[in-house]
Structure formats: structure tokens, C-alpha cells
Design a protein around this ligand. Structure first.
Ligand code: HAS
Length: 521
């Protein structure tokens, strides 16, 4: 029924997989170059260029293309109608691809070594900024596609609650539009004119503020698709039902309104921002952790229901009854467990006094490999194990390898992230090529941890190689099989009619008011 749409979805997913594989190579090179025990000389480029390529490929390219593929799949399957216009979908894809290639070329030739945060006054070739802008415009075209498709569904189904998956997808794209407003101003009004030489001055603090206006909701643009899978697919993979549809909607809406007015928590240590603003962003930062706490409760309750339905008894023995040998379930469940630690680290980061200790140290690198690198990336890899069969019509190949991939990621990331957290507390700065600081005795305390992190990095690399083998084996397989899409039913909710949580304009209005209060008041 959706054969033409599935082609578009497949190409988005395959592009994401290529970015993941290339990003993993740069990740491995970095881990080996940074470890004093190995000190690998990266071929053809220095550490910072490799770091930029790794960050951009993983954090911006892999995530964006995968999310677009997953969201398009979820939109049409949950609404039960084809896309509004396939041409719009392809236009969005090609814009994203052209933008990515432009930025990638200038990074690889060493003209855009500005890391994935591209802070001024580090300056890149104009093609980097223009490419990134075209990539974002491509995502706006896809957002328009999703909104138009939703509009058609709504027209045909007045008064009905939006299916939960589509609800989460709408929230993801609305949040994305609000977030990318900040990066659009940063690019068009500041970085592009500056890189073209049209203006010769730039205000680094203002540029960072616009970056983090965008950068924090960006992390929820990564997280929301993972949450959509945790709520709408995981209960089914576990063999149970979603605990509460309404709680899921509530957490999506809370993320929508609270994700943007928090950017200053990335700038606690920046001079030039009054303490009152930093304090107000601290409050909203703690508030935005609430939907994640709701998620922890609801998803754990759904899994407990499944575990008990499988015969689990007692306080915790239901956990052992869950299908830990199933590739998609194992990867996604492990990503949840890792996120519990990543989220706790986020609370540390958000506490001003503790932030003074961990800011700009490898602790932060440990934090974001548990969050975007596990809650999001491992969920995306796990989701590929049911998504690829659904969009290719082929069974998943080498299921045992796929299960091993998930556990390898767990082992690798635990070693990698724990050692970086520990090194960070000892004061090891992030984004430095020479970890030893020329043999400084202070640096000697964190060197063993950095060496250990390289072992974690190697295991994570192997995990991505195994993932790539399974994905490629499935894509190239000649076997055919009709896949069942694992969409969960809810134990409770939604009601029969559209509730307040489906009223988009109300929540968009509140989100915009909060943004104005946090940044423009
Ligand atoms: Fe963060 C820095 C605070 C969440 C990503 N964060 C970063 C950076 C990245 C990032 C990339 O306040 C570095 C940026 C850079 O390069 O400079 N972060 C938070 C807080 C949260 C948080 C309070 N971060 C995320 C998520 C990310 C992400 C999500 C990506 C996807 N972060 C910060 C701060 C900084 C920061 C400061 C700046 C630091 C600095 O100084 O530079 C919260 O939203 C976290 C809430 C989450 C929880 C966990 C809930 C647990 C769940 C798991 C459930 C598990 C179950 C187990 C059910 C409270 C939902 C299942 C059971 C079974 C048996 C299977």
C-alpha cells in the first residue's frame, strides 16, 4: 500500500547508515589518537578535523536522516494514509543530501574545523554554513509534508484523537521548527555574512546564545523519536500493552513547551549573561526532566505488565522474563537503562555549582554518549531491526549477531562513558588533542581513564561494524517476508474525542510565550 513512500523512507535510512559507518571510523580514530598509551597519528588529518567529522556525521547527519525516515514511516502507518505529496518528500531529501555533501567536503579538506557546535570566532568556509542551512531547509520541507498529511487525516477524521505515534511525530516537528528558528537567525544574520566577508565582526556570546537556543531542543529532537518508539513499539516488542496513552501524550507536550527555554544551562560558565537569566533557565531545565521521569515510570510499568504476562512474579523477577534475546527489544531496553544514568548525569550538569566542576571536561562527553549516543543511537539501531524488514519486505538477517551488537554497545559504552565521567571529575578537559598536557603531573591522574576509554571506543566501533553487517545483509538479502509492524495497544486512553493534549495551537502558543519570556523579555 505504501510502496512508493517506503522507497523514500529506505533512502533516508540508508543515508543515515552510511553516515553512522563513516562517523564510527572517525570515532575510532579519535579514541585511539587521544589515548596516551596508543597515540595514533590520524592519517591525512589532525585530531580536530577528525573530531569535527565525527561530531557532524553522528550528531547531525546520522540522527537527522534516521529520524526523518522513522517519522515518515510512523506518520503514514499510524494515520493510515499516504504522504500528501511524494515530490515534497523527495525534495526535502535532496536538499538535506546536497547540504550535507557541501558541509562534508569542506570539513574533509580542512576548511571547516569548527567542531559540531561551530562556535564563533572559529570560522569555517561559507559552504559549511550554507550546507548546514540547506540541510535544515530540507527538514522544513519534510515537516511541511508531515503537517499536510496530518491535515488531510484530520479533515477526514474530525473529532477523533490523533493516533499516539502521529501525536509524537507532530510534537517532534513542531519542536524542530521552533528550535531551528534560532539556528536560521544564527546562520543567515551572523555566520554566513561573516564567513563571506560581508561583515568583519561577530559577537561570540550572541552567536553561542543563538546556538544553544537551537542546541538544547535539538537534543529533544533526538530523544523524542526514541520516546515515540519506547511508548508505541516497545510494549508490543515486550509482549504487553502501553500503560497509559494519556501519560505518553502529556510527556510529549511537556517536552514541546519546555525544551527551548533552557539554553543557558549550556552557558552557565559564560560571562556576560546575568545570573537571574541563568537561574530562570535552571528552573525550566529541572522542569524538562519531568517528562523523562514520567516516561521512566510509564515505560517501566508497561514492561512490568509484559513481564508479568509472561509469567514473571515477585518484585523484580518479571525483568528476567522479558525477551532479552530478541534483537530489537534488547537494543532498545539497553538504551533505556543507559539513559537512566545519562539522565542522572544531566541533572548534575544542570546544577550550577556542580556544573562549575564538570563543564568543558570529558564528563560532558560521557554524558552525551549515554544520551544521544545510547538513548537515541542505540534505540535507532534497535528500531532498524523491525523497521528494515517493514520497509524492505525482507526478514532480518543474522539475528544472533544483531543481539550481540546490542550487548557489545552496552559493554563498550559502559567502559567508555564511565572512564570519561571519572576523568572529567579529575579535571580532564574535553576537545584536546594532547591529553597529557606535555607530561603535566595533574594530567597523570586522568591518563589511565582516557586509556581505558579507548578500549570502550574500540568495542563500540565493533558494535557498529556488526550493526552494518546485519543491516547490509538484510538489505541485500533475496528472501522475502511480510513484516508485522509492532504497534502497541494502550491499557488506558485515549478517550473517544480530541482532548486538550491534541490542541496544537494551544501548546504552540504556550511554547512561544515561554520562549519569549526566557529570551526576549
Ligand atoms: Fe544533556 C550537555 C543537562 C538530557 C545531550 N547534553 C549535553 C550535551 C549533549 C547533551 C550533546 O544542564 C553536550 C553539548 C556540548 O557539546 O557542549 N541533559 C541535561 C538534562 C537532561 C539532559 C537536565 N542531554 C539530554 C539528552 C540528550 C542530551 C536527552 C540527547 C539526546 N546536558 C545538560 C546540561 C549540559 C548538557 C546542563 C551542559 C553541560 C555543560 O556544562 O556543557 C534531562 O533531560 C535528563 C532527564 C532524564 C532523566 C532520566 C529518565 C530515565 C529514563 C529511562 C527509563 C529507564 C527504564 C528502564 C524505564 C531524568 C526515561 C527500563 C527497565 C528495563 C528493565 C528495561
Amino acid at each position: 500500500m505504501f510502496a512508493k513512500e517506503d522507497r523514500l523512507i529506505r533512502i533516508n535510512l540508508y543515508t543515515a547508515f552510511i553516515a553512522l559507518a563513516l562517523g564510527a571510523i572517525f570515532g575510532l580514530l579519535q579514541a585511539l589518537a587521544r589515548a596516551p598509551a596508543i597515540k595514533l597519528a590520524i592519517p591525512f588529518m589532525d585530531y580536530y578535523r577528525a573530531l569535527t567529522a565525527h561530531g557532524v556525521l553522528m550528531a547531525l547527519v546520522f540522527t537527522t536522516f534516521f529520524i526523518i525516515g522513522l517519522m515518515l514511516f510512523g506518520a503514514i502507518r499510524s494515520l493510515g494514509i499516504p504522504l500528501h505529496s511524494l515530490a515534497l518528500g523527495w525534495l526535502g531529501y535532496f536538499l538535506m543530501l546536497v547540504g550535507t555533501l557541501a558541509a562534508a567536503v569542506v570539513i574533509l579538506i580542512g576548511k571547516a574545523t569548527v567542531l559540531y557546535t561551530f562556535y564563533a570566532p572559529l570560522q569555517a568556509h561559507p559552504f559549511f554554513y550554507i550546507g548546514a542551512t540547506v540541510l535544515v531547509v530540507g527538514t522544513w520541507v519534510i515537516a511541511a509534508e508531515v503537517f499536510l498529511t496530518y491535515h488531510r487525516w484530520r479533515h477526514a477524521n474530525p473529532g477523533l484523537p490523533v493516533p499516539l505515534m502521529a501525536h509524537g511525530i507532530m510534537v517532534t516537528f513542531i519542536l524542530w521548527l521552533i528550535a531551528t528558528f534560532g539556528v536560521a537567525i544564527l546562520m543567515l544574520a551572523m555566520l554566513i555574512p561573516w564567513s563571506l566577508g560581508l561583515v568583519n565582526r561577530i559577537d561570540p556570546l550572541l552567536a553561542r546564545t543563538f546556538f544553544w537556543y537551537f542546541g538544547h531542543p535539538l537534543v529533544y529532537f533526538w530523544l523524542l523519536p526514541a520516546y515515540i518508539v519506547w511508548y508505541t513499539v516497545m510494549p508490543k516488542l515486550a509482549g504487553g500493552k502501553l500503560f497509559s496513552d494519556t501519560l505518553a501524550r502529556l510527556s510529549f507536550i511537556m517536552l514541546l513547551i519546555l525544551s527551548t527555554p533552557v539554553g543557558f544551562h549550556h552557558q552557565f560558565m559564560d560571562p556576560g549573561i546575568a545570573w537571574g537569566w541563568k537561574y530562570s533557565h535552571t528552573i525550566t531545565t529541572f522542569a524538562v526532566a519531568f517528562p523523562s521521569l514520567i516516561t521512566a515510570f510509564s515505560v517501566a510499568a508497561s514492561l512490568e505488565l509484559a513481564g508479568r504476562a509472561r509469567g514473571g512474579k515477585g518484585l523484580l523477577s518479571w525483568i528476567g522474563k522479558l525477551p532479552w534475546g530478541e534483537p530489537a527489544f534488547a537494543a532498545i531496553a539497553l538504551s533505556m537503562i543507559l539513559f537512566a544514568f545519562g539522565g542522572a548525569g544531566g541533572i548534575v550538569n544542570a546544577s550550577y555549582n556542580l556544573n562549575t566542576v564538570v563543564h568543558n571536561t570529558t564528563w560532558i562527553v560521557g554524558h552525551f554518549h549515554l544520551t544521544v549516543g545510547s538513548a537515541a543511537a542505540l534505540t535507532f539501531m534497535g528500531s532498524s531491526y523491525w523497521l528494515l524488514p517493514a520497509v524492505t519486505g525482507k526478514p532480518l538477517r543474522w539475528r544472533g549477531l544483531a543481539v550481540a551488537q546490542a550487548y557489545l554497545w552496552l559493554i563498550g559504552i559502559v567502559i567508555f562513558s564511565t572512564s570519561l565521567h571519572l576523568a572529567g571529575v579529575l579535571g580532564s578537559p574535553r576537545r584536546t588533542a594532547d591529553v597529557t598536557y606535555g607530561g603535566s603531573p595533574v594530567a597523570a591522574s586522568w591518563v589511565p581513564h582516557i586509556n581505558l576509554s579507548a578500549i570502550g571506543g574500540i568495542i563500540m566501533f565493533i558494535s557498529i561494524v556488526v550493526f552494518s553487517i546485519v543491516a547490509l545483509g538484510t538489505i541485500l538479502s533475496s528472501r522475502r517476508q511480510t513484516a508485522v509492524i509492532p504497534l502497541a495497544e494502550a491499557l488506558s486512553g485515549p478517550g473517544k474525542s480530541t482532548g486538550t493534549l491534541d490542541r496544537w495551537w494551544l501548546w504552540i502558543g504556550i511554547a512561544v510565550i515561554l520562549v519569549l519570556m526566557a529570551y526576549a523579555a
